[in-house]
Design a protein around this ligand. Structure first.
Ligand code: PMP
Ligand code: GLU
Length: 397
């Protein structure tokens, strides 16, 4: 008797979460592991946001919230999208869910039919392909390597489009590469999309505020695709609130309604307390966002410098998010004793076991031959981790 559905059997386990779990287990068993696997800010949630949550408890925000979220939070999100991105949405276009993760999955489940194709530039975040699988869609991967700064070209996009294309799912600043598309680069992709009015554009902008270029262009700001672009964002990364689980989609009203219907059947509104905290994040002072971004930038410079010194690693300079995605093929094929490090997965495992540094295999992001480091940790941890990695690599023959 098989108890598990084919749907779930076909899903991969989230490698980012799995690697983080593995490193926590090793740490619990007494091994001094440095965890550069999971991507989450190491900062505490700012005090004024925590205060808002405490107030919400005392003010009895303990009842079911409306499925798409409190009107006051949705209004705060509408104001944020207008103020920071120049976009005009109404509260009816916003659905708040349990993190950007649920917001993404909601939109995919609400719009993708079985057999529909979803174009995903790769390297891509671990969960995109799996979410498309849940919707019984087909992911069409469009690869971009380190030599093109991990960004796809308009010609690549156009070549991937077929009559079955339902959606383009794109992330900038990117997890796992840190690449940020410029306005001009986005415009060139939009010029292609303008010719195909049935394609929905799903823009994951969760790393908007961890961006070292000084400018951010939302895909929602292009007139040519305005009626079919869905923005995903949330408080996890910008406000160091990963555990609070608040993210949202901003979508054409018909899609927002469909998302709300879906969410109403399987999770209801997100946590009432966390919503009030998120509202404080959007309406309160924004200095914390800039301070955290400045810290990430300093760490970016540090890891780029240290990782560039590792023989066999090819490194570019990420412009946003908090990940470094070195190409490691120069190390592959080498041996540690009688063990061959044949793949980037073998390398990630070797670094965990020998250097006690947890990273993630690029294959989890549809990009074998790379590994991902999250540099959202202290300078001391980063120095120590990179030094351990350099020594472990030096032992390979
Ligand atoms: N998109 C990307 C690219 C991410 O890296 C993450 C982080 N897990 C998410 C979405 C989901 O974020 P959240 O914590 O808001 O669910
Ligand atoms: N976005 C983070 C990461 O990529 C969190 C883990 C996850 O949700 O996958 O590591």
């Amino acid at each position: 008797m098989e108890f598990v559905s084919k749907r779930v059997q076909s899903l991969a386990v989230s490698q980012t979460l799995a690697m983080s779990q593995k490193s926590s287990e090793l740490r619990a068993s007494g091994v001094d592991v440095i965890n550069l696997s999971v991507g989450e800010p190491d900062f505490n949630t700012p005090a004024h946001i925590k205060e808002a949550a405490k107030r919400a408890i005392d003010d009895n925000f303990s009842f079911y919230s409306p499925v798409p979220g409190y009107l006051s939070l949705r209004q705060a999100i509408v104001d944020k999208l207008s103020r920071e991105n120049g976009l005009s949405f109404t509260p009816a276009d916003i659905v708040v869910g349990n993190g950007a993760k649920q917001a993404l999955c909601n939109v995919i489940l609400a719009t993708v039919n079985p057999g529909d194709e979803v174009i995903i530039p790769t390297p891509a975040w671990v969960s995109y392909v799996e979410m498309v699988k849940l919707a019984e869609g087909r992911s069409v991967l469009v690869p971009a390597g380190i030599e093109s700064d991990f960004k796809i070209t308009p010609a690549q996009l156009e070549a991937a489009i077929t009559p079955r294309t339902r959606m383009l799912l794109i992330c900038s600043p990117s997890n796992p590469t840190g690449s940020v598309y410029t306005r001009e680069e986005l415009q060139a992709l939009v010029d292609v999309l303008a010719k195909y009015p049935d394609i929905i554009v799903l823009a994951d902008e969760i790393y908007e505020h961890i961006n070292y270029t000084g400018t951010f262009t939302s895909l929602g700001s292009f007139e040519a695709i305005a009626g079919r672009t869905v923005i995903i964002n949330g408080v996890s990364k910008a406000y160091a609130m990963t555990g609070w689980r608040i993210g949202y989609c901003a979508a054409p009203t018909a899609i927002a309604k469909a998302v709300s219907k879906l969410q109403g059947q399987y999770t209801s509104g997100a946590s009432s307390i966390a919503q009030k905290a998120a509202e404080a994040a959007y309406t309160g002072p924004q200095d914390c966002v800039h301070e955290m971004c400045a810290a990430f930038r300093r760490r970016r410079d540090l890891v780029v410098e240290l990782a560039s010194q590792i023989p066999g690693f090819k490194v570019n300079e990420p412009k946003g998010a908090f990940y470094l995605f070195p190409e490691v093929s120069g190390v592959l094929g080498k041996r540690f004793g009688d063990k061959v490090i044949a793949t980037s997965g073998d390398l990630a495992m070797y670094l965990l076991e020998q250097a006690h540094v947890a990273t993630v295999d690029g294959a989890a992001f549809c990009a074998p031959g790379y590994i991902r480091f999250s540099y959202a940790t202290s300078d001391d941890n980063l120095r120590e981790a990179l030094s351990r990695i350099r020594h472990a690599i030096a032992q390979l023959q």
